[in-house]
Design a protein around this ligand. Structure first.
Ligand code: NAP
Length: 295
């Protein structure tokens, strides 16, 4: 498995995501076993967030890391802060990227994960009330304290990305964004061009559109599946491997996050990023849903 250098850290090209973990009903032993199988297949990076399962996702990962204490030094942990869901501490769901909140939220993540540091901390969403200087100071202080090895953002538009990047001395190592043959938001916003031009590699969430690509009955899904089927036959592989090959082909050098709990599906991602598409075939997938028309 290829490894991608991102500032001071290195991540596996394919990442395992645990957003859906709390619905899998796994014991700490089963989760530790899953993490070990991922590592054996070269997937050493795991994605979570403070809000996943109301903190339960990080807690379950912490229990798995305690079950097998050898795991922590062999993996990279990515988590996210900055969303405050409605509940005990908030009457209304909102974002909070202030200095105090980011500092406290990161420490809470570490406690739930049962670890002294995370490899990568992301600001989860594009807070419209973001103060780049204040948020940037928190990220830098957390890094200086050794609580995080690197930092970045998620779902940011190019303007907020540039503002925070400037405030941190160009130290953001990624923007974790949605992208799939059904989702082109970050092509349209110019984010992909900004990242490609600055040599910053995005992490890609919902690469299979959360499974909708294969289960959706709407016209766009049906059209994409037909093109993926043809390409899968042409390349002697599976439809989802073609999606991962499509994501890997782009010069931005993205790191897709697989959200399945099945190792066979993770291995399709691992194989997929190794497939080199013909240049023309990248455009077949890009235009497959009918949302994109080349002029
Ligand atoms: P995904 O890989 O697009 O979707 C995974 C879902 O698709 C699973 O429910 C999986 O079911 C299903 N699936 C996969 N292959 C399938 C097939 N051939 N047929 C039918 N269903 C299939 O990714 P995701 O889970 O939406 O997102 C991946 C990760 O990105 C998350 O775990 C999280 O870490 C991260 N994320 C980040 C953000 C953010 O705002 N930064 C937002 C969302 C997600 P099985 O488990 O049964 O295979």
């Amino acid at each position: 498995m290829e490894r991608i250098k991102m500032g001071p850290i290195e991540l596996s090209r394919v990442i395992q995501g645990y957003w859906r973990l709390t619905s899998w009903d796994w014991s700490p032993e089963k989760l530790a076993d899953h993490m070990n199988t991922c590592v054996e297949n070269g997937v050493t990076t795991f994605d979570t967030a403070a809000v996943y399962g109301g903190g339960e996702c990080e807690r379950q990962m912490g229990k798995a890391l305690a079950f097998d204490p050898t795991l922590r030094s062999r993996i990279e942990l990515v988590t996210k802060v900055g969303i405050v869901p409605k509940g005990e501490n908030a009457a209304f769901s909102h974002y909070n990227t202030t200095y105090d909140h980011v500092m406290r939220a990161c420490r809470d993540c570490l406690e739930r994960l049962g670890t002294d540091y995370v490899d990568l901390l992301l600001i989860h969403r594009e807070d419209p009330c973001l103060d780049p200087a204040e948020c940037g100071r928190a990220l830098k202080d957390l890094q200086a304290e050794g609580l995080i090895r690197a930092y970045g953002v998620s779902n940011f538009d190019p303007w907020k990305f540039q503002a925070l990047n400037q405030a941190t001395g160009q130290s953001l190592v990624t923007n974790q964004i949605e992208c799939s043959p059904l989702c082109f938001e970050h092509f349209d916003s110019g984010m992909m061009d900004l990242l490609t031009g600055t040599g910053i590699h995005p992490m890609i969430w919902s690469p299979l559109a959360g499974g909708r690509l294969f289960t959706g009955s709407d016209e766009a899904c049906v059209k994409v599946r037909a093109v993926l089927k043809e390409l899968a036959e042409q390349y002697g592989t599976t439809e989802s491997a073609i999606v991962y090959a499509w994501l890997a082909y782009h010069p931005v050098k993205a790191l897709p996050i697989c959200g399945s709990n099945r190792i066979d599906r993770l291995l399709e991602a691992v194989r997929g990023v190794e497939i080199r598409l013909e240049h023309v075939d990248w455009y077949r997938v890009y235009t497959a849903s009918g949302q994109k028309v080349l002029r």
